[in-house]
Design a protein around this ligand. Sequence first.
Ligand SMILES: Cc1cc2nc3c(=O)[nH]c(=O)nc-3n(C[C@H](O)[C@H](O)[C@H](O)COP(=O)(O)O)c2cc1C
Length: 306
Amino acid sequence: MSKSYKIAVFYYTQTQQLLNILKSLLAPLEAEGYKVIYKAIEPVVPFSFPWTSDRFYQAFPETRQEIVFENKEIDFSDVSDADLVIMGYQPWFLSPSIPFSSFLQQQTTQNYLNGKMVMTVVGSRNMWISAHDSVEWHFFKANCNWIGNIVLEDRHNNLVSVLTIFRWLIDGQKEASRYLPEAGVSQQDIDSLAALAPDLSYALENKDYKTLQTKIADKGFVAFHDNLYLIERTGYKMFGFWSKWILEKGPYMSEARKFRLTLFKYYLMAVIFVISPFGTLFFNLTYPLRKSSLQSVRNKYVYLHH
Ligand SMILES: Cc1cc2nc3c(=O)[nH]c(=O)nc-3n(C[C@H](O)[C@H](O)[C@H](O)COP(=O)(O)O)c2cc1C
């Protein structure tokens, strides 16, 4: 059996979480002799980590409108013949992160992806659906074959993970504190991803990409929650209005838009802590009515039915 397969891995990560996820998946293949080439996506002006509250909200309008920021140039020459392209990304404000979205929109990337087999790996808090839709659109334009999608998330309750992610992103504390657990995807989930390596290997060696997503889903490596889906859909639309309204006041980091960003911040807190718990209650009460219509949505996201 030939092991000369080449996998190109493009990723952006601020905390290294996503790189750890990718390495867990790919280390067993590298050990078997697959050539795995990692290519970091790096913005020319980095988004420094941890964030300040101010910079965090300043990134919102451009993220939601997918405004392109300049990335350092990536050399594709040693991966032009890759058998598989893996793209690691994370949602920011329900859209693909600025560095990843910018990378996807670059003409060089679009040209590179043409005709390629592509798999995505997402490291999120728990809301990745709208970002996925946007990625689908960029992949469609690039004319590539999307063969698999892995989504790891923070499994804690939605409200708990909001608190811990702010502690992580803004205070830099990932570790558990007195009343709150560790932030992010658990180490156990990251480690367990290695169990998918044989399925990936099977798909590559047999050129059988059709069953890969079912295996990913059946092993529980794509997290989908009906109630969060509904909250996210509404949130994504509202973010569209907010981002345009804030952008009217000025570009990224401008002082002139600070007041509107502050209003957005309060809106976001109210949605998360006041409105979404009622949304979840409403969802639970009406679940029997929605169950069958949500099934096709679930198929789209979990089984990658386009
Ligand atoms: C500005 C910002 C916005 C984020 N918004 C979301 C979101 O909408 N949904 C979500 O599941 N996670 C969100 N996250 C968490 C990230 O997707 C990611 O899991 C986390 O930041 C880990 O960072 P890394 O992948 O860059 O290492 C956000 C993070 C940042 C920095």
